[in-house]
Design a protein around this ligand. Structure first.
Ligand SMILES: [Zn+2]
Ligand SMILES: [Zn+2]
Length: 347
């Protein structure tokens, strides 16, 4: 079968690899009908995720049709349309028992190499899904592949960030960073009925997309963002700030944008080891700072799927490029150069 594989640092290629089959109890084999390139695929390609060997199949966002299941699979059968979670929790540990799936110490990730369980990725014609009863979600016939795709990763990630911010009806929300996850955080936030969402970025194309999703765009190159938000909230600041960047300046800005007693939910992936935190300001403002870590996809995806199927959230609006899997190398190049906001591919 055709598959997109890690070739070397900064290089992917399309090759023929053996079709996967059922290997473990609980496995399903899924024929992929739509897959996508995610920002975290680039982390693998650039060597920031150790343990990926050349020839490893990439990708963790997919929708498909169940082709075969192991006898231990209870919830799915051949012919079912499904979306996959990008992480595969063990389903049996202390955390999984409490539905804190993203804290599972034994979770695996599709297409992420040996430190994440060595599970082949989904940018291919077929993907083997371990622990299928947990790692797959059914899709209604009426829902398109493109819409369902987002529930397995970035929409539910944005929704998780919004949930952790405990947004209340009428709140003023600020989303810092309008890349794909930030845009999904905007969509996820609407489910909690805030009065206003300010979308902060410096890239006009992203701000335009944020605006089309109902947020008020704020270009951080043009205005001092904390003052901008304070001027529109009686001098207070935002009730909830969703930090979707993962860089120190964005986190520090978030502390300034939040009102006293405000909540900050951090979904941007931080890799710096240290931060000079303005402790006094953070303490006196009584900031409630929540790091989300990897999003709890499986713990949240019933709610996320309901938002998408009801039309409250239309995550497929951010798809900028549709192509065949055969064009994946070009898709990665476009995504890398930030010419593409979201690339979806069909085998
Ligand atoms: Zn992803
Ligand atoms: Zn577990």
């Amino acid at each position: 079968m055709r598959a997109v594989v890690f070739k070397d640092f900064h290089a992917v290629e399309l090759v023929d690899v053996p079709q996967p089959g059922i290997e473990e109890p609980g496995d399903a084999l899924v024929r992929v009908t739509t897959t996508a390139i995610c920002g975290s695929d680039l982390h693998v390609v650039h060597g920031r995720i150790p343990g990926m060997t050349p020839g490893g199949v990439l990708g963790h966002e997919f929708v498909g049709v169940v082709e075969a299941v192991d006898g231990g699979v209870r919830r799915f059968a051949e012919g079912d349309r499904v979306v996959g979670s990008f992480t595969i929790p063990c389903g049996a540990c202390w955390y999984c028992d409490r539905r804190l799936f993203s804290r599972c110490p034994d979770q695996r990730v599709f297409g992420y190499g040996s430190f994440f369980g060595d599970v082949a990725g989904a940018q291919a014609e077929y993907v083997r899904v371990p622990n299928a009863d947990l790692a797959l979600h059914g899709i209604d016939d009426s829902m398109s592949d493109e819409r369902a795709l987002f529930v397995g990763d970035i929409f539910t990630t944005g929704y998780d960030c919004a949930s952790e911010a405990r947004i209340e009806k009428g709140d003023v929300v600020a989303v810092v960073g309008c890349g794909p996850v930030g845009l999904m955080a905007i969509l996820g936030s609407w489910g909690f009925e805030p009065s206003t969402i300010y979308a902060v970025d410096t890239v006009s194309q992203r701000l335009e997309m944020a605006q089309s999703l109902g947020a008020i765009p704020v270009n951080a190159n043009d205005v001092h963002v904390p003052s901008f938000v304070q001027d529109r909230t009686g001098g207070r600041g935002a009730d909830a700030v969703l930090e979707c960047v993962g860089l120190v300046p964005a986190l520090l800005d978030s502390i300034d944008i939040a009102r006293a007693g405000g909540r900050i939910s951090v979904i941007g992936v931080h890799s710096d080891q240290e931060l000079e935190l303005p402790l006094n300001t953070t303490f006196v403002k009584a900031i409630d700072l929540k790091f989300c870590g990897t999003a709890n996809i499986i713990g949240r995806w019933d709610d996320a799927m309901a938002m998408v199927s009801s039309g409250v959230a239309r995550p497929d609006a951010i798809i900028s490029h549709r192509m065949k899997l055969d064009d994946a190398v070009r898709g990665y190049e476009l995504f890398e150069r930030r010419e593409a906001l979201k690339v979806v591919m069909t085998p």
